[in-house]
Design a protein around this ligand. Structure first.
Ligand code: BDR
Ligand code: CA
Length: 311
């Protein structure tokens, strides 16, 4: 069993990441923390509660996190995720049956890491890294207690929100710099990997064939996501980024990684938020790695299996 904290901004692909974490038997989802990103903190927190309700994961606590980046102004992604932040086609989203816990997400992340046995909890951020950066500044001892940080964000190739930068690291580059700068194991699951996780019609039909509420929800997400991704970025099939990070935690053999020091551009006018993976050979010890290749078939098998278990 892997204990995780999923720090997310649902978001279509965050929603699939939540379903994977909730349905996979090897994941113990300690809690969901939310971060303003794809939409406002209010909307993404509401969406997270709806996803947990669909998953039947009513005992997973939800903590509301930062509403804005450390320095940047708020940037949201309605073009991809719609006005609600989690637009669906043809599915009635339920009223959330899951509440929001008292207290700030950052405080809860710190308290949880200080309480749990060291080396047992993996942080899985799938939004801007603001909460994680605040947590490590609030309590630096969490660095040695975390098992690893497996994040969806960044790219060593082309960006998506700009030619240079991926959305999550663009929204809060200073937070990314803090996370990359700490001495904890980091795995960057960036666009180079997640653009392989395309929800094709064949993939979508596997969820439809489940004939379950969670399966129908994935179909409704993918329909809207495909439409928006076509309009915004001319993708025929949408890349379902965030569950790739959860999949890596469940089974690292699904994802090829290469060790590389990571940094993020903070100053460039064209390149702000760009992540730089230094692939030059070096003997220096390196605690970070970059995801390069996905076993696409086994990845979707894993997600379909988890969604099936949710019923
Ligand atoms: C990332 O940005 C968000 O829009 C997605 O949820 C994903 O986390 C992809 O760049
Ligand atoms: Ca996300």
């Amino acid at each position: 069993m892997r204990k995780i904290i999923l720090d997310c901004d649902p978001g279509h692909d965050d929603a699939v990441a939540i379903l994977l974490a909730a349905g996979n038997p090897y994941i113990e989802l300690l809690g969901l923390t939310t971060i303003g990103g794809n939409h406002t903190i209010d909307k993404v927190t509401h969406n997270a509660r709806q996803v947990l309700t669909i998953a039947g994961a009513l005992d997973v606590p939800v903590y509301r996190g930062a509403s804005r980046p450390l320095i940047n102004d708020v940037v949201t992604a309605e073009d991809i995720h719609g006005d609600s932040g989690m637009e669906v086609h043809g599915y009635n989203l339920p009223e959330p049956a899951v509440g929001v816990e008292d207290g700030h997400a950052v405080r809860w992340i710190v308290d949880t890491l200080m309480r749990e046995e060291p080396g047992t909890v993996t942080l899985v951020p799938t939004g801007p890294l603001t909460n994680i950066a605040l947590a490590v500044r609030m309590e630096p001892r969490i660095v040695s207690r975390v098992r690893e940080v497996v994040l969806m964000g960044g790219a060593y190739g082309t960006g998506n929100i700009t030619a240079s930068a991926e959305f999550n690291t663009f929204v809060d580059p200073e937070a990314a710099a803090i996370v990359f700068g700490e001495d904890w194991p980091v795995v960057m699951v960036g666009l180079d990997l997640t653009h392989q996780a395309l929800a094709t019609p064949e993939v979508e039909s596997r969820f439809a064939a489940l004939g379950t509420s969670a399966g129908d929800f994935v179909v409704a997400l993918v329909d809207a996501f495909r439409h928006n991704y076509k309009d915004a970025q001319d993708f025929d099939n949408p890349p379902v980024h965030d569950p790739c990070a959860v999949a890596y935690v469940i089974d690292p053999s699904l994802v090829e990684t290469v060790p590389a020091p990571l940094s993020v551009e903070l100053a460039g006018t064209l390149t702000r938020g760009r992540t730089v993976a230094d692939f030059r050979a070096s003997d220096a010890p390196c605690n970070s790695s970059v995801a390069t290749r996905l076993d696409v078939e086994r990845f979707w098998d894993l997600v379909v299996d988890a969604v099936q278990r949710l019923g």
